[in-house]
Design a binder for this molecule. Structure first.
Ligand SMILES: Nc1ncnc2c1ncn2[C@@H]1O[C@H](COP(=O)(O)OP(=O)(O)OP(=O)(O)O)[C@@H](O)[C@H]1O
Ligand SMILES: [Mg+2]
Length: 706
């Protein structure tokens, strides 16, 4: 029969459980050693033969270098790899290998077939660690129903009541991670209020204190650094963990060590151990207070602390150390709850209930009658019905985006979803954006300085209408697995495309690039705002009469198409010579006077000059440069003028050729950036208007700048 399970994938021990409908409770599966907890240790030999669990732990203890443990704390860490069996593995690979073997063992031993699984992670795991866990589960052939937080699983398994309302603190100290979570429980509803943790803190750090101490004593005595002997070192690691466990029951123990022909035997007392690990304990206390402060802040300053906690639940094997309970008693004034709690399997139990809720959305639990009997005074078991919607978890990490601070200088992490926000709740950001492709870099972390945060990736948003500024909204959420999702839409509701991409640049490279792009955009905007127009008017003999009259009229109306705050206009009269009748003018009075000053024959009656070649370099060069040529006939030096026009265009100058009368249309085409215009005299003003609007489009699109 195919079943759905909860898997507590622990740093040191893992467990699998399932909810049994018939029994109305969770069953934890046993492994081949008849144990509910399986060491998360892998041994892979060169020939591919793989062992996990107790068998692998025995290999680890005997110093086999093809063993690996504690990889969970390296999940999502791109720089970590372990070399076993002649190959390098990432923490995700190792989790996939472990899960594959573990599931196989549990299936065979218990004669079941596992289909879907809820896998637990420390509440403090970040997005990449969660995604790596999902991938590892899938690689092990599991249908990953959901990723849930270990403390939340513990509350699901332990905290639900009928009728009572309470605040529960879960203090979860496992082998490699620490989480502190405070939740409000009302009947069968759980609302997580705050969570903090450290995914690099766990029982292994307590082991290390002993390890370092013994290694130092041994080195002082024999001058041998045991760290240089990998096999002996692995063996000592296991011995120190065992000694630590013994110290939970007895006041003193010994650790013996053999290395390179020398041996030593050392006594450790609990007193010594407690005093040398007090800084570790202290760091868990600080995180408890951080939770209190965060809840206080969320309650607008109404103080939340120990007095508001109704029950403290200890989870994780490391809470067996007496120092943990002592600390709780001295801080809280009361001991933690111990009745009906198995610190080793409570997380897997909650995960199994969640797996059932994923598939059936409600479950009915048979529970013992409360002390003093049921409402009717009976002591027969009663039932509790739990619904998936009653479990409200939160995110342990803020989600932010890389943004320019209001001083327009510094880049900051601008928080979009604050930590402790409910999962699956959407948070939106509005943007006004003129480009076609927007990049939003998303980060996880609490500091305003982006260097203190992890870059999760970027969303690339496309599909905005071109050539205009758009109002758009980007909507972010942490989904039920704690993985970020986003979509984007225009102000009118039209959906855009938002694609998540990996970021390969470092933060400093991203900032440098954004800075560069910002400068370029500013430069483009500045250039786009200022335009320089040089209007060349043919004043050879053939222009006499109506032609020059219409040309002047058209030129004056052309000048009125521009905002002279940004545009400067020069008028050039050409024939056998060429001369400016006004230069870089930004008043209509001066421009009109310049146009009036163009007189037929004033620069000779022929067309022997080369006005383009002589003058295109005379722009001041700051804005978009535009050359408009009006002529009514063939020029003597057309070929060299075409050559000059090519050079001008290559230099970024836009050229518009307008012809009337006997103008050579093909020549106008050749000198123009686009096509030339040959028009009837009566259409000249209209033609100039069209040129003005084409200039406006070019400037707005920035094309002329390329
Ligand atoms: N009696 C004991 N005294 C002290 N420590 C103990 C005792 N029993 C187990 N531990 C420690 O508990 C840790 C394992 O706890 P647990 O199985 O809850 O962790 P895990 O689930 O593997 O880790 P995590 O939750 O951090 O991923 C180990 O560091 C182990 O040494
Ligand atoms: Mg655990």
């Amino acid at each position: 029969m195919k079943i759905n399970v909860g898997i507590d994938l622990g740093t040191t021990y893992s467990a699998v459980a399932t909810f049994s409908k018939q029994l109305g409770r969770v069953q934890v599966f046993k492994n081949n050693d008849e144990k509910e907890c399986t060491p998360s240790v892998i041994c892979r030999e060169e020939n591919g033969y793989t062992m996990i669990g107790e068998a692998a732990k025995i290999e680890q203890k005997s110093g086999n270098l093809n063993t690996v443990a504690f990889y969970k704390s390296k999940m999502g860490d791109k720089n970590f790899s372990a070399y076993i069996g002649g190959q390098d593995y990432t923490a995700e690979d190792l989790s996939a290998i472990f899960l594959t073997e573990f599931v196989k063992e549990i299936e065979e031993k218990n004669n079941i077939e596992i289909d879907g699984a809820v896998i637990t992670v420390p509440a403090y795991f970040n997005e990449e660690q969660r995604k790596a866990t999902i991938r590892a589960g899938e690689r092990a052939g599991l249908k990953v129903l959901k990723i849930i937080n270990e403390p939340t699983a513990a509350i699901i398994a332990y905290g639900l009541t009928s009728g009572k309302e309470k605040n529960v603190m879960v203090y979860d100290l496992g082998g490699g991670t620490f989480d502190i979570t405070i939740a409000h429980v009302k009947n069968t509803e759980i609302e997580v209020l705050a969570t903090n943790g450290n995914h690099q803190l766990g029982g292994m750090d307590w082991d290390e204190v002993l390890l370092n101490n013994i290694a130092t004593q041994f080195s002082d005595e024999h001058g041998i650094d045991i760290a240089d002997y990998p096999e002996e070192y692995k063996e000592l690691q296991v011995k120190c963990e065992e000694a630590k466990k013994r110290l939970s029951a007895v006041a003193a123990t010994t650790i013996s060590i053999q290395c390179d022909g020398c041996s030593g035997k050392y006594e450790v007392t609990r007193e010594y151990f407690d005093s040398n690990t007090s800084n570790l304990l202290e760091s868990t206390k600080l995180l408890i207070h951080k939770c209190f402060d965060e809840i206080t802040e969320a309650r607008n300053g109404k103080r939340f602390d120990w007095k508001d906690i109704d029950e403290v639940v200890l989870v994780g094997g490391s809470t067996r150390m007496p120092q943990i309970k002592d600390m709780i008693v001295s801080e809280y004034g009361k001991p933690p709850i111990t009745k009906d709690i198995n610190v080793d399997t409570i997380v897997a139990t909650g995960a199994a209930m969640q797996a059932e809720l994923c598939v059936n959305s409600t479950l009915t639990l048979t529970v013992a009658a409360p002390a003093g009997g049921n409402a009717g005074g009976m002591s027969t078991p009663m039932t509790l019905t739990i619904s998936n919607t009653g479990i409200k978890d939160i995110t342990a990490h803020s989600l932010g985006m890389l943004a320019l601070a209001s001083n327009e200088k510094d880049y900051i992490n601008s928080i979009i979803i604050p930590k402790n926000s409910p999962v699956s709740k959407t948070f939106s950001r509005q943007y006004t954006f003129g480009g076609e492709k927007m990049e939003v870099f998303i980060m996880q972390g609490e500091t305003r300085d982006p260097h203190g945060c992890d870059i999760l990736g970027k969303y690339v948003i496309t599909g905005m209408p071109k050539g205009q500024k758009n109002q758009l909204s980007v909507n972010f959420l942490y989904n039920a697995n704690g993985v970020v999702e986003a979509n984007a839409n225009l102000g009118n509701g039209t959906m855009l495309t938002a694609v998540r991409e990996e970021v390969t640049e470092s933060l400093d490279e991203i900032i440098a690039r954004l800075e560069r792009e910002k400068k370029e955009a500013e430069e483009a905007a500045r250039r786009a705002q200022s335009i320089e127009i040089m209007l060349m008017i043919d004043s050879s003999g053939s222009m006499d009469g109506n032609r020059i009259y219409e040309a002047k009229k058209a030129a004056k109306s052309f000048a009125r198409e521009f905002d002279l705050k940004y545009a400067k206009i020069s008028i050039l009269s050409f024939g056998d010579r060429s001369t400016f009748t006004c230069k870089n003018a930004n008043s209509l009075f001066t421009i009109d006077a310049g146009i009036d000053a163009v007189t037929v024959g004033g620069v000779g009656y022929g067309t022997s000059n080369t006005p383009i070649n002589n003058n295109y370099r005379n722009f001041s060069g700051k804005g978009t440069r535009i050359l408009v040529v009006l002529t009514d006939g063939y020029w003597e030096n057309q070929v060299s003028e075409e050559y000059a026009a090519d050079n001008a265009k290559a230099d970024g100058i836009l050229i518009y050729g307008i012809g009337i009368g006997d103008a050579d249309e093909a020549f106008l085409d050749r000198i123009s950036s686009g096509k030339g215009k040959k028009v009837d005299l009566s259409q000249l003003t209209t033609a100039f208007k069209e040129v003005a609007s084409s200039i406006a489009t070019e400037v707005a699109s920035g094309n002329s700048l390329r």
